[in-house]
Design a protein around this ligand. Structure first.
Ligand SMILES: [Zn+2]
Ligand SMILES: [Zn+2]
Length: 320
C-alpha cells in the first residue's frame, strides 16, 4: 500500500490506533516529525519525572522553519501513535508518575522505544575497533583469537584457521570506555543469545521459530568444525540468531549449577571462554529425524550430558 502523507487524515486502516509498518516509516520519515521525536526524547533523559513540553516549548526546541499551523499539523500526526497530548489524557502505563496538572506533549511508550532504538545505534560516530587479542587461544588451532568492531558488527575470529566465535550486530556504545569494550560486548552478546535461547525475540518480544541447519548451508566459515547450527528466527521483525548448542543451553539451571559447583560461573564468563558453548567439539548429533543432539560438559573429571530435541527442549539429563 502507499501512504499519501499530506492528504491522509491520519486515520489508520484498522481504526484501532495501530499502524502498519509502511505507515510507520512514512509517519516518522518527515524531517519536522523526526525532529519533534528527537526533541521529546532529549527532554526525557534517564531519571526523574517523565517530562513534557508545551506546544511553544516544543516548537522552540525543534526550530523548524515552518508556520505554527504546519508545525501543529506534523505534531498532531504523531499524537496517539508516538506522542501523547497530556491535556487529553495520559497512557495508562505511566499515568501514576505524571503530575496531574501536566498538559504538555511527551513521548508515548511506543515513541520512547523508537527513539531509544535510534539513539542506541547512532550519534557516536563511525566507531571501529582494530583487531585486538582477547586473551583466548583458538580451541581448534591455538592461535590468539582477535576481536574487531566495524560497520556496527562485533566479530571474534581466529586469524589463522578462521573459525568464527562471534559475529553480531552490536550497538557502538560498547566502544564507550575502551578498556571495557570486550567485557561490554560479551555482556551484550550474552543478553541477545540468552533471549533467543529462551525463545523470545530480544527486539520485539515475539516467540521465535527453531531450525537445526547444516553448517555448510549457513555461509559461516569452517563449517567442517561445526556439528549443527541452531537457527532461531523471529518472523515478526526479522531478527535472527545462529546459536551453538552450548549457547542455547546456557539458560539451563542444571548446567548453570553443575558448572557453579565446580568453580565456573557461566553467567559472567564470556561465552567465547566456555569451550562447550563456543565450539561444537562437545556436541554429538545423535539423530536428525527427529532431531536429537547431545551436549557433554566435563569439569573436574565429572560430566553432565544434556540432550535436546528439535525444539531445543531438554529431553535427557545424565550425570557421570
Ligand atoms: Zn584457529
Ligand atoms: Zn522480533
Amino acid at each position: 500500500m502507499t501512504v499519501d502523507d499530506h492528504d491522509s487524515t491520519g486515520d489508520d486502516a484498522a481504526g484501532d490506533g495501530s499502524l502498519t509498518t509502511e505507515e510507520t516509516f512514512a509517519l516518522v520519515g518527515d524531517e519536522v516529525r523526526a525532529e519533534i521525536l528527537r526533541a521529546l526524547s532529549a527532554e526525557r533523559g534517564g531519571e526523574g519525572e517523565l517530562p513534557s513540553l508545551s506546544f511553544s516549548e516544543l516548537r522552540e526546541r525543534v526550530d523548524a522553519d515552518v508556520r505554527s499551523s504546519q508545525f501543529n499539523y506534523h505534531l498532531q500526526r504523531l499524537v496517539d501513535h508516538f506522542v501523547e497530548n497530556r491535556a487529553e489524557g495520559t497512557a495508562q502505563l505511566i499515568e501514576d508518575v505524571v503530575p496531574s496538572d501536566d498538559d504538555g506533549y511527551a513521548l508515548r511508550p511506543e515513541g520512547t522505544t523508537l527513539t531509544r532504538t535510534i539513539r542506541a545505534r547512532t550519534g557516536t560516530g563511525e566507531g571501529s575497533l582494530d583487531p585486538v587479542a582477547v586473551g583466548l587461544d583458538c580451541y581448534h588451532c591455538g592461535t590468539a583469537v582477535e576481536a574487531t568492531y566495524d560497520n556496527a558488527t562485533f566479530v571474534l575470529q581466529c586469524p589463522d584457521c578462521e573459525y568464527l566465535y562471534e559475529y553480531d550486530l552490536v550497538p557502538p556504545g560498547i566502544l564507550d570506555g575502551e578498556a571495557e569494550t570486550l567485557s561490554r560486548a560479551a555482556e551484550y552478546v550474552r543478553h541477545v543469545r540468552l533471549a533467543f535461547a529462551r525463545g523470545v525475540c530480544p527486539l520485539c518480544g515475539n516467540a521465535v521459530d527453531t531450525s537445526f541447519d547444516p553448517p555448510g548451508e549457513t555461509g559461516y566459515p569452517r563449517p567442517d568444525l561445526r556439528a549443527v547450527c541452531v537457527n532461531r528466527s523471529c518472523d515478526h521483525c526479522g531478527h535472527r540468531n545462529y546459536l551453538k548448542v552450548g549457547e542455547a543451553l546456557l539458560r539451563d539451571p542444571d548446567l548453570v549449577s553443575f558448572c557453579r559447583e565446580r568453580g565456573l560461573d557461566v553467567t559472567s564468563t564470556p561465552i567465547w571462554e566456555l569451550a562447550f558453548a563456543a565450539t561444537d567439539r562437545d556436541v554429538d548429533v545423535r539423530s536428525t529425524d527427529p532431531w536429537e543432539v547431545a551436549l557433554e560438559v566435563e569439569l573436574d573429571g565429572e560430566t553432565l550430558e544434556l540432550v535436546v530435541d528439535g525444539n531445543l527442549a531438554v529431553v535427557e539429563r545424565n550425570y557421570a
